[in-house]
Design a protein. Structure first.
Length: 300
């Protein structure tokens, strides 16, 4: 494979084997994972549709298949997708906001055939989920914001080391890209779960699937230009689960705490010792909290 970071120009053309949603002239690649439910009258029942939304610059594979399997095992029908300017979705010239990306997520739901869904987003994906709850509440059954904040930069501010690591330009070449991902990821990773080997393996999965490092600035600008969502969140009636790691240095826990405080209908869960990553040790816990939250809503 080419040793350059992959951009839209280097990614495969439209393929009938792939699943695509069209938001204007922007192609959004998505994948669906349906639960294997018994057809013999067993106890396990479908819990509903669940859309996963990625963080800054991350392709859909940032949601590991092992985590998706945890959600499937609980009865969720799961879709993950590449945001614009990430993964194998279209590269753009920027100039959009989180509202645009929230509309992209609705476009994916339409392409899948879902009239409604639960949504779960991490980091920037949590911001998009919040925006979906503001702009598209009629399409959301619940919203889960993981390791994110409200757009109020007074809460959840990154540590100096994490901010410096985030702003490093992406290097050329696969090995250099992975090496930098390992070094920077350690800064905000769950401290008791991180290893260089697991971090490198995870970075390789992202790179080999496809990344667009030169387009990350477009998503970052969308975050900045979208401003503070707090006034709108306060009026939001969508049931919201807010989860945040207590060891997060990239978006510190105050970001999640503030989200739960200002949102109109929110519950907060602290994930002890978790950083700004998604290590396997936390998959069962996160999936369990989402499942419990959804089950309680169904029972109401």
């Amino acid at each position: 494979m080419d040793d350059e970071p992959r951009s839209d120009e280097a990614l495969p053309d439209w393929s009938p084997e792939d699943q695509w949603a069209l938001a204007g002239n922007v192609r959004l690649r998505w994948e669906r994972y349906s639960p294997d439910l018994p057809d013999d009258g067993g106890d396990r029942q479908p819990l509903g549709n669940l859309l996963l939304i990625n963080g800054l610059g991350s392709p859909m594979v940032a949601w590991p298949v092992g985590f998706v399997a945890e959600l499937n095992a609980r009865g969720f029908d799961v879709v993950r997708f590449d945001n614009r300017d990430a993964g194998r979705s279209s590269a753009t010239g920027g100039g959009y906001t989180l509202s645009t990306m929230a509309s992209d997520a609705i476009t994916v739901m339409d392409a899948v055939g879902w009239s409604s869904a639960h949504v779960l987003g991490m980091s920037m994906g949590g911001m998009i989920v919040q925006q979906m709850a503001i702009d598209h509440s009629d399409r959301l059954l619940s919203a889960t914001s993981l390791m994110s904040h409200t757009g109020n930069w007074d809460y959840g501010r990154a540590s100096d080391e994490a901010r410096e690591a985030l702003m490093l330009p992406a290097p050329e070449g696969r090995e250099a890209w992975i090496a930098q991902a390992v070094d920077t990821g350690k800064v905000w990773a769950s401290p008791h779960q991180w290893t260089a080997e697991s971090s490198a393996a995870r970075a390789a999965v992202l790179f080999d699937y496809g990344v667009q490092p030169r387009r990350v600035v477009n998503q970052w600008q969308a975050i900045v230009d979208s401003g503070d969502r707090e006034e709108h969140l306060a009026r939001c009636e969508t049931p919201m689960l807010v989860m945040h790691g207590t060891a997060d240095t990239l978006i510190t826990p105050e970001g999640g705490e503030r989200t739960a405080k200002v949102a109109g209908n929110a519950r907060y869960v602290a994930l002890d010792g978790m950083g700004h990553d998604l290590p396997p040790a936390y998959w069962e816990s996160i999936a369990g909290h989402v499942t419990q939250f959804v089950q309680e809503l169904v029972q109401e």
